[in-house]
Ligand binder design. Structure first.
Ligand code: AMP
Ligand code: ZN
Length: 465
């Protein structure tokens, strides 16, 4: 039984989908005015592991991730670069998708763009106006947080001392500063040519209304899981709840899951502090995307993780160990079926699932996995693993990989061309006849074809140069 820590209740709770076998999952996506940094990707990888584990458990997942393609920062940057806002956001959306792919983050089923859902947002604001929880002011339409008695239930924030009528137009604001927030911002000169003429006025949406409108459009008014980094708990997610629950009269989301920070030298990695790395920065320095993913998943998602190059190097070594294991499994041909191996297989499956069932404890799952790898390696070295068990373990590793996303499915025995195979055979025969001169000559010939022979205890192994 999968248990997940729910920010709403501050408890680990058994996860049960609303509709048997189906999960609705919403992840707050990027604001696409720049490249995402790997701190952002920690958030997307956390929801990716969750999604992959739900799929592993046989559930069907409908995953929605929004793209915020209009806000203060997007407008400011498009003006600075003197290009239309869409040209700017298209560029960074493309880059974002490329990075997702490199990090093996599964694509969401739907990536709705804010600018393509203005109609839905306007409808929602109209509803909130009609029930009198929203009001018009000189610069926009605001949500009156006093009128929603559930306000603060996610962030556990008390609004008792709030000055009535205090309003905030900006989307992001400090904690302990609960204010009425903007649902719709009337056009001002600074917005230039970015506006929509709608029934509720000429202007543009606030950030929070975007996620309420788009999540409910694609996942229904009540859905299973909503994810994001802890900075989104307040005000973004608190405001999403306020908007949605008042508009529908229903509970909005069952599980709120939030990941902790990726830090650099003890400080949150963020654009504003300038202490960030984008994925492309790291790839350019020849760091490997698989190692980056490994580093980002190994620490539990609710714990802070300090980014270091030393950590990245260790991640690379861990991947290498797993790769070598996958290759070795594909080569093993000797060994008898052993009861001990059968037990090890059963146990690792149990341990891996038990760890992930406990609020996705991937640190524990990987620790067990490495113990298992060591045991099986030992068995292989002593020729005590049968081909059949090696195949079983290989398949199991692929199954684990479907959660970890470490690309172990791509680690395959190289396909050796027939010509090389023939040469290898001739070389073996020459060696058997102790004609080492001929054997060496064939080895050189093979080298010219781009392959190298290594003589190991298991016999000659071939590698691409
Ligand atoms: P943003 O584009 O700033 O809205 O952030 C996108 C996602 O990345 C949000 O879920 C943030 O909470 C998350 N995020 C931003 N910085 C970090 C960080 N240093 N570590 C982990 N998650 C982060
Ligand atoms: Zn959101």
């Amino acid at each position: 039984m999968l248990k997940l820590y729910n920010t709403l209740t501050r408890k680990k709770e058994a996860f049960k989908p609303i509709r048997d076998g189906y999960v609705g999952l919403y992840t707050c996506g990027p604001t696409v005015y720049d490249y995402a940094h790997i701190g952002n990707f920690r958030a997307y990888i956390a929801s990716d592991v969750l999604k992959k584990y739900l799929l592993y458990k046989g559930l069907k997942v409908k995953h929605v991730m929004n793209l915020t393609d209009v806000d203060d920062k997007t407008i400011a940057k498009s003006q600075k670069e003197n290009i239309p806002i869409k040209q700017l956001t298209d560029k960074y959306i493309k880059a974002f998708f490329k990075d997702l792919k490199a990090l093996n983050i599964s694509e969401a089923d739907i990536f709705p763009r804010a600018t393509e859902h203005i109609k839905e947002m306007v409808e929602l604001v109209k509803k909130l106006l009609a029930i009198n929880i929203a009001y018009k002011s000189e610069d926009g339409i605001y949500y009156d947080i006093k009128k929603f008695k559930g306000y603060g239930k996610l962030s556990h924030f008390k609004i008792g001392k709030l000055k009535t009528g205090a309003r905030i137009r900006a989307d992001l604001y400090e904690k302990h500063e609960a204010r009425d927030f903007a649902l719709w911002k009337f056009w001002t000169k600074e917005d230039g040519n970015v506006f929509w003429k709608t029934e509720i006025g000429k202007g543009r949406p606030g950030w929070h209304i975007e996620c309420s409108a788009m999540s409910m459009k694609y996942l229904g008014e009540h859905f299973d899981i909503h994810t994001g980094g802890t900075d989104l708990i307040f005000p973004h997610h608190e405001n999403e709840i306020a908007q949605s629950e008042v508009a529908t009269g229903k509970k909005f989301v069952n599980f709120w899951i939030h990941n902790e920070w990726l830090l650099v030298e003890g400080k949150k990695m963020s654009k504003s502090l300038g202490n960030y790395y984008t994925l492309r920065d790291l790839l350019k320095k020849r760091y490997n995307a698989r190692a980056i993913r490994y580093l980002l998943i190994t620490t539990h998602y609710r714990q802070q993780l300090n980014f270091t190059f030393k950590g990245l190097e260790a991640a690379k070594q861990a991947i290498k160990r797993l790769d070598e294991f996958m290759l070795k499994l594909q080569r093993t041909k000797k060994g008898e079926n052993e009861a001990k191996i059968k037990k090890l297989i059963e146990r690792i499956k149990e341990d891996f699932e038990k760890a992930l069932d406990d609020d996705l404890d991937i640190t524990k799952a990987l620790a067990s996995l490495f113990v298992f790898v060591r045991e099986i390696n030992k068995a292989m070295d002593k020729n005590k693993l049968s081909e059949e068990n090696a195949r079983k373990i290989h398949n199991l590793m692929l199954k684990f990989n479907s959660v970890l996303g470490l690309g172990l499915d791509k680690v395959q025995k190289i396909r050796i061309p027939e010509k090389i195979k023939k040469l290898m055979k001739e070389r073996e025969e020459a060696r058997k006849k102790k004609n080492f001169k001929k054997a060496d000559k064939i080895r050189e010939q093979i080298k010219k074809e781009g392959y190298i022979i290594e003589d190991t205890l298991d016999g000659p192994q071939i590698k691409e140069i």
